[in-house]
Design a protein around this ligand. Sequence first.
Ligand SMILES: *[C@@H]1O[C@H](CO)[C@@H](O)[C@H](O)[C@H]1NC(C)=O
Ligand SMILES: *[C@@H]1O[C@H](CO)[C@@H](O)[C@H](O)[C@H]1NC(C)=O
Ligand SMILES: *[C@@H]1O[C@H](CO)[C@@H](O)[C@H](O)[C@H]1NC(C)=O
Ligand SMILES: *[C@@H]1O[C@H](CO)[C@@H](O)[C@H](O)[C@H]1NC(C)=O
Ligand SMILES: [Zn+2]
Length: 440
Amino acid sequence: MIVLSRKTIKGASSSFWMQSLGALVLFCVFHSISGYSERERAHDLMSRYPLIDGHNDLALQLRILHDNRLSQIDLHNVSKVATDIYRLQAGHVQAQMFAVYVMCGAQQKDAVRLTLEQIDVVRRMCTEYQDFELVTSAQELKNAEMRRKIACLISVEGGHSIDSSIPTLRMLYQLGVRSMALTHTCNTPWAESSSKLYNVFQRQNNSLTEFGKAVVDEMNRLGMIVDLSHTSWDTALAVLKHSKASVIFSHSSSYSICNHSRNVPDWLLHELKKNNGLIMVNLHSKFISCKDEANISRVADHFDHIKKVVGAESIGVGGDFEGAVSFPKGLEDVSKYPALIQELLQRKWTEDELANVLRRNFQRVFEDVEKVRDQLSSKRPSEVQIPLEEVQNPCRLVLRPPGSTGLRSDQNTSSGAEHGSPGLLILVPVLLLASLFVTE
Ligand SMILES: *[C@@H]1O[C@H](CO)[C@@H](O)[C@H](O)[C@H]1NC(C)=O
Ligand SMILES: *[C@@H]1O[C@H](CO)[C@@H](O)[C@H](O)[C@H]1NC(C)=O
Ligand SMILES: *[C@@H]1O[C@H](CO)[C@@H](O)[C@H](O)[C@H]1NC(C)=O
Ligand SMILES: *[C@@H]1O[C@H](CO)[C@@H](O)[C@H](O)[C@H]1NC(C)=O
Ligand SMILES: [Zn+2]
């Protein structure tokens, strides 16, 4: 109703109709109806092209608030969070990339275990509730829409989750992970973060090392979407030059509108366009207005600007609900997305452009990533290992037969175990975990 009256006032001030009370009444009635129909139009458009959202941290909140004990809550209606099944349905969110995030403090410690536990909670949530469906391919994503399910995609948020191990990356793919952000707020030994929060693996240059390139190569080969949100601009550029497949920024906004280092500058948007990739606009107030408060109009400014620079075919939505503290007035939870679409309709975005933004762009990128995977199908799994001196991790054990000491004698043994990366150390629990899923 607030929207209706604001619209009425805005229209009234620019109108020459108001010469008699009768005309004014007619005017108000007309504009109330057109205001109503604009809201309806947004809902109608979204029911035909329901949203695929690039980023949501519900899994993190499930850990923080409920210690991942799904039995204690009903995901249809969850308090203290902005995401639950009823609100996803009300907001026409048909697909959600759920982030699997573990804090940077776990790098060099138990990041891999924590990542597996977060994958477990997303998989449980998306298989134990009929309203959800776990999807791992572009075709399954389409099928889920026809079946009127909320599709869950799993994305890893931060390269520290693979502990510099390509076999671990492959095992995450086996568990259903279809996207990975190369960093979170910490550098990894092989890629650089946009944040200076953590003082680890600092570098002057080489923002994507040889091993980092091997990680991107393997993601291309597997068909896992590379996510550049949280990386430094240098790393993003290096990846854009190296990746064979389209990439995404799953939750980043425009640096020209709000100069936060998590946002993307215009020159980088141009590189993204050459890659046919996607920037999925983050709604967190801090990235929208560079302040703790923001409004829908300011969010729409990001969309307008990015469209002006690289076109609507490069844009998506990555709300970042549950991963950030403050959201714009009117966009407080996942049920509010139609208000944003209504604002963009009012700004003369076409239905075709919005259908692209809502889902077709993401669908295209996912299909492109799968196409590249298919083109690379004759390529063997990567056996590239990171040089130990680049990892600098005292917790990292090299698997050796008992009694042997020193690298030289290890290399002469025939067991083969010494050639394994630490990926082997987690292989057993991963396989156990995988077998549990099969029986579910
Ligand atoms: C969600 O639960 C709260 C109480 O926790 C209740 O007041 C509210 O009506 C519920 N909402 C829906 C849509 O069921
Ligand atoms: C990168 O930095 C290292 C020292 O950190 C330096 O030795 C090397 O020359 C630099 N390379 C380039 C291309 O600047
Ligand atoms: C961002 O812009 C504000 C003013 O709009 C300015 O004060 C600030 O220095 C800028 N920050 C950076 C990192 O450029
Ligand atoms: C929205 O916020 C911006 C600042 O980010 C402000 O300039 C503008 O007036 C606000 N618009 C409305 C409709 O409140
Ligand atoms: Zn994030």
